[in-house]
Design a binder for this molecule. Structure first.
Ligand SMILES: [Fe+2]
Length: 273
């Protein structure tokens, strides 16, 4: 297994046949170590079935479902994220996956099925590098803070689209706002990362509205500093695997009206602390 870093802050290209890797406990262990070291891994030219992709996700832990996305028939853990001219993707902001949950997913795997000729890249940022880059005084300030995360905030454009509220009403009711620490510690590596994002985080607790707005905007901007980011151009068969506890990502929505279809599995995580 060859691992070539994509950037100093995060990311690595891994040369590997994941179908073969599924049969080797040793290789799967090395893949998990690489994820811990690089936070996001890119594996090109894979030919897994949806079932095998689900199996790959299960090697990282128990799988989760998502309240807003359909799944592949016969592979209930595999969500389909599809953007078409009729139903374009509405998620454009930087985020870590599903921070609106009490226990957001630890790891996400995305597998490109249909990708645009050009465009439709994804960016990742190291929320760990962003935390480490803060001055000690600001680190002390944010270390003790908590933030509110809200599903309805993240999906507000979908909710406002025709039929959106009817489709997502149950999901909104089942996902009331939650709070998480602004700085979370990775349970395996001990790495500290900023854990607020513009998609789901609505405010910082214990601050005034204007303090919260200003500090939240500053922290979100810090995370996405160019030096902390890496960018992937998808090809059919590309698989990305990332740690939601130390990274954020942003889909680049520059390909309308082209078709994009991805498989996703999300691996259950712990309560952020
Ligand atoms: Fe996401």
């Amino acid at each position: 297994m060859q691992v070539a870093p994509s950037g100093p802050a995060l990311g690595a290209q891994v040369a590997l046949d994941l179908r073969q890797a599924l049969r080797s406990r040793e290789v799967m262990g090395a893949l998990q170590d690489a994820l811990l070291a690089h936070h996001v891994l890119f594996v090109r030219d894979q030919r897994l079935t949806a079932g095998e992709f689900q199996e790959l996700g299960e090697r990282f832990g128990a799988l989760e479902t998502h309240p807003a996305y359909p799944t592949v028939p016969g592979a209930a853990g595999v969500q389909v994220l599809e953007s078409t001219p009729e139903e374009p993707s509405r998620i454009e902001a930087w985020h870590s996956d599903m921070t609106f949950r009490e226990t957001p997913p630890a790891v996400t795997l995305l597998y490109a099925q249909v990708v645009p000729e050009v465009g439709g890249d994804t960016l990742w940022a190291s929320a760990h590098a962003a935390y480490e880059g803060l001055s000690p005084a600001v680190r002390t300030l944010v270390d003790g803070l908590r933030a509110v995360h809200d599903f309805a905030h993240g999906f507000r454009e979908s909710l406002e689209a025709p039929g959106g509220y009817e489709r997502l009403r149950t999901a909104v009711a089942e996902n009331p706002p939650v709070t998480h620490p602004v700085v979370r510690t990775h349970p395996a590596s001990g790495a500290k990362s900023l854990y607020v994002n513009p998609l789901f985080t609505t405010r910082l607790e214990a601050l005034t509205r204007s303090e919260s707005d200003a500090l939240l905007a500053f922290l979100c901007r810090e995370i996405t500093t160019d030096e902390y980011t890496v960018r992937l151009s998808w090809r059919p068969g590309t698989i990305a695997i990332w740690d939601n506890r130390t990274t954020q990502h942003k889909p680049v929505n520059d390909y309308f009206p082209q078709h994009r279809r991805m498989y996703r599995v999300t691996v259950a995580g712990e309560r952020p602390r």
